[in-house]
Each structure stands twice: as structure tokens, then as C-alpha cells.
Design a protein around this ligand. Sequence first.
Ligand SMILES: *[C@@H]1O[C@H](CO)[C@@H](O)[C@H](O)[C@H]1NC(C)=O
Ligand SMILES: *[C@@H]1O[C@H](CO)[C@@H](O)[C@H](O)[C@H]1NC(C)=O
Ligand SMILES: *[C@@H]1O[C@H](CO)[C@@H](O)[C@H](O)[C@H]1NC(C)=O
Ligand SMILES: *[C@@H]1O[C@H](CO)[C@@H](O)[C@H](O)[C@H]1NC(C)=O
Length: 533
Amino acid sequence: MKMPDSCFFIFTLLLGQLSITLGGKILVFPLDGSHWVNMKVIIEQLHARGHEITVLRPSDSWYIKEKSPLYTSVTLSCRGGFEENFETFLIRQLEVRLQIKPGNFWSNIWKRMEMQQVILDQFSQFHKKVGDLITYMFENEDLMQSLNASKYDMVLTDPGIGGGALLARRLKLPLVFNVRWTIQGEAHLLIAPSPLSYIPFTATELTDRMTFPQRLKNVLSYFMGMFTLSYISEPTYKPIVRRFFGPDVDYSTVFLDADIWLMRNDFVFEFPRPTVPNIIYIGGFQCKPSKSLPTDLEEFVQSSGDHGIIVMTLGTLVGNLPQDISEEIAAAFAQLPQKVIWRYTGQRPNSLGNNTLLVQWLPQNDLLGHSKTQVFITHGGTNGVQEAIYHGVPVVGLPLFFDQPDNLSRVKAKGAAVIVDIATVDRNIFKEALMTVIYNSTYRENMQTLSKLHRDQPMKPLDQAVFWIEYVIRHKGAQHLKTQGHKMSWFVYSSVDVFAALSAAVLLVICIWVSVVRLLWRKIFTQKKIKHQ
Ligand SMILES: *[C@@H]1O[C@H](CO)[C@@H](O)[C@H](O)[C@H]1NC(C)=O
Ligand SMILES: *[C@@H]1O[C@H](CO)[C@@H](O)[C@H](O)[C@H]1NC(C)=O
Ligand SMILES: *[C@@H]1O[C@H](CO)[C@@H](O)[C@H](O)[C@H]1NC(C)=O
Ligand SMILES: *[C@@H]1O[C@H](CO)[C@@H](O)[C@H](O)[C@H]1NC(C)=O
């Protein structure tokens, strides 16, 4: 154990010294909200390695602080519109979601469409705001000149919004994505070969083994999904690309032309699939060893004895639930011998048992890393699933919206989670799910296997992310890793033109052959006729 440790120390020391001479200038165009929380993990590491970081933020930023020891910020006097309505949007989503109950097929389709519509409207509006922000930036000569004069080495962005990619193009800078979603959909589907026969499309909750009806659903979902996404983003970004980069530039490729894609994903979590050389998997980069708990919390945890504890949180945004659902959940908890720590900001449920502790905030990572934690109840958000995998804690999923059902269905497919439908959950169902995960050891064993696989990597995901960012700085991009695939039209990409040409050639040969045969035949026939006569 000693030897590798000291080697590692010297290695990091060397790397540290390297960075002093390397010290790049990085321009960050982030996406606000929970995505920023993750981006900041990378920024912290880059800062620690001596890079100079500048963050662009709209004046009404939500999570992105103006002042930070990690970076200098440039505040654009323009609104990004992220926080506005976001919480009411979530509440509306949840309301519609709760009405989707299994059984009433047609009404569910209607409800799902309604839910889609809410998302569509919100995202279209959101992109429109981003579009205004970009136009404001590009029209502001002083700003653009000062950005240009700063001579950044690269742009780091979350392609969930289009600003970073456009800015990099405008400033002719190398581009690195911190990505799972882009404005055009899941990243892999855009740049890596993705046969729909075994790659489930977003939000279908399918796995990599599909029956014929499931594959049918998958293909239909793909076409509908891709159409919807372009419907959301095209009206905003197409005119901007046209205006600032000319009519010859294909708007959709501008957003795919990054040098490196740092993918917040890995194959412990994701189904195996083809990939491309400039995708680097950094899933779980935000995970870190747990620290000890505050004394009062530790006392509570210890008081659970051999039964252990249950941890529940539905993320930072969803602090409470409709009262009837909270009552059912609280009642289920009350029937269990475990102790429960529940992040809940709503009204205290009447059925709350004395084994349940309601908190406004909880140290999620430290609780998940605690040896007494038996099960984690999560909505399937950014950090929850990855941290559960990292610490090997099995999951009861209560997905709400976006890609959360997908996230949880992957863990379920690996045998490490039970999923509960929030629209139909009652105390019995919930208790049953918890008992299954706690008392059937296969869930824990499967999760521990995932955890071991996740931790067994040559390089930590965060170091991997930093390495590739510095790689792009050192080599002024990674042009040699970019495939040409995304720059082609679909029929060139899938060689439809070649097949058409080949088919035409084959057809031509057949035609010639047939006419020759017919000609010969006729000749022989007429000669025979002549002879007979
Ligand atoms: C950026 O600065 C370079 C010189 O450093 C100059 O050649 C280039 O035209 C500038 N670009 C813009 C868009 O101002
Ligand atoms: C908690 O409630 C249970 C049953 O409702 C009871 O048996 C137990 O004594 C209570 N414990 C404490 C510490 O109040
Ligand atoms: C689903 O999980 C992925 C990978 O951990 C994460 O990037 C994504 O943000 C999660 N989705 C949501 C809605 O949090
Ligand atoms: C535990 O769960 C697994 C997977 O769902 C199932 O195959 C197995 O029969 C269960 N074991 C018991 C003892 O219920």
C-alpha cells in the first residue's frame, strides 16, 4: 500500500508543478441550476491546478455567484431567465405527473402529451432567453473585443444551452463539453453510432434487450423525440447561426463540433454501446469519500442499532410533496424498525413515526457513505444515483420527471433498485419496496458490485476530466479525435447515396442482360420460324 501511495504523491507533485508552467486561461459558459453545481466541481479542480478561470453569467443568475475565489466572473447585463418560473414549472409538472395512473390508457396518453406540452413551452421560452443573451453578447462589440483580447485557451461549457458552442466558434477557440444532454438531445445519439435495435431512446425506460414491440416503440420515440427537440431549439438558434456565421453554416453541426466531450456517464451505469474517440467518460466525477457526520446526526444514526437507517431525499428542488403522498410515505416509515432521515420541507405529516427525522438539508454523501445506511430513496437526479453507486447503497426510486425515470430504470436493470410509481404509491406499496431492498440481499450485492466496478479505474473520473481539458489546452484542440460523422447529411452518413448508385448499376446490368437475352431469343426464334417456313 505504501509504495503506490508515495508514487502517487510524487506524481501529483509533478503534475502540480507542471500546471504552474501550464496555467491555462479557460472561459466557462455554464448552465445554471444543478448543472452548475457539477460544473463547479471541475472548476474547483482546475483552479487548484493553477488555471485562470472566467465565468460568463447573466445578471439574474441563480446558483452562479458573482464573486468567488475560484473564478472571475463577467456579468452580462442581460437576463438568462433560468430561475424564473422554474419552481412553478416543476410543481406544474408534478401535478400532471401525479394524474398519470396505470390503467386508463387513453387518458394517460393525453396527460403525457399535456406534460410534454408544459416541457416544450418552458424549454422553448428558456432557449429564447438564451438566444437573446447570445445576440446581446455578439452585438456588444466592446465585450467581444475584450473577450478576444483576453486570449483564452479554450471554452468549457454545458451544451444544455447553445451559448458556449457559439461563443467558441465566434472566438475561434477549442471547445470542451461537460455533457450528458445537448440542446439536440442525448449526446451519444448525436455523434456516436446508435443502432436503435439495442440503444434505448431517452425517456422510454427501455433496456438494451428489446422485444419487437419495444423496438417499435423505441424507433417511434426516436423520431418523435428528435423532431420535438429540433422544434424547441431550431427557432432560436438557427437565425442566430445564420446571422453571425453565414447562411452556409449548418446550424445543427455548430453545436456538435466540440474537441472533447466529457460525458457525465460511464458503462457501470449506462448500457454498453458504440462510442467515438473524443468522448471521455467521467461518470461519478463528483463522488468523494464520506466525512464523519455532525454529532447529533451520528447519535441518531447509531440509535438505529442493527437495523440501520433509511435515507430519503428528492433533490434540492423538490422539498415537499402533496400532503396525501407524504402521509402515506410517513406511515410506511413508521411501520419499519429502521431509523429514517428524510429531507422534507413541507408540513409535518400526521402519520410520522418516532423513528423518522425530518430535516431541511442532509449531508447526502456522508450519509450514503455511512456503514449503517441500508437503502437510499431518490428521485434519480444528477448526484443521487452516482453517489449511491459509488457507495454501494441500493436504491428505491421515486422518479418525477426529465430523465430521472431513465436513470433509475438503468439501475433497476442491473438489479440494484426497485422503482415506485409516485402516482399510485401508498403505504403498503412503499413499505413493500423498502422491505424488498433491505431484506433481499441481492440488491445490496448488485450495488456493491457496481460500486467495485466503478472504483476500479486507472484514473479517477475527475482527474480524467482535468487531464483532457489540459490536453486540449496543450494541443490547441483535439482535431485528430473528431469524427466526420456529425458533419454529414443523413443519407451520406448511412451511405444511402452509395447504395442507390450501386443499385442503379446492378439494375443497369440486369436491364442490359435482359435486353441482350431477349434480343438473342428473338433472333433464334425468328431464325427458327424462317427455317420452318
Ligand atoms: C481577435 O484578435 C485577433 C488578434 O489578436 C484579431 O486578428 C482578430 O480579428 C480578432 N477577432 C475579432 C472577432 O475581433
Ligand atoms: C416509538 O413508538 C413505538 C410504537 O409506536 C413505541 O413502542 C416506542 O416506545 C416509541 N419510542 C420512543 C423512543 O418513544
Ligand atoms: C441522470 O443521471 C445522469 C448521470 O448520472 C445525470 O447526468 C443526469 O443529470 C441525471 N438526470 C437528472 C434529471 O438529474
Ligand atoms: C430477491 O430478489 C431477486 C431479484 O428480484 C429474486 O430473484 C429473488 O428470488 C429474491 N429473493 C428472495 C429470497 O425473495
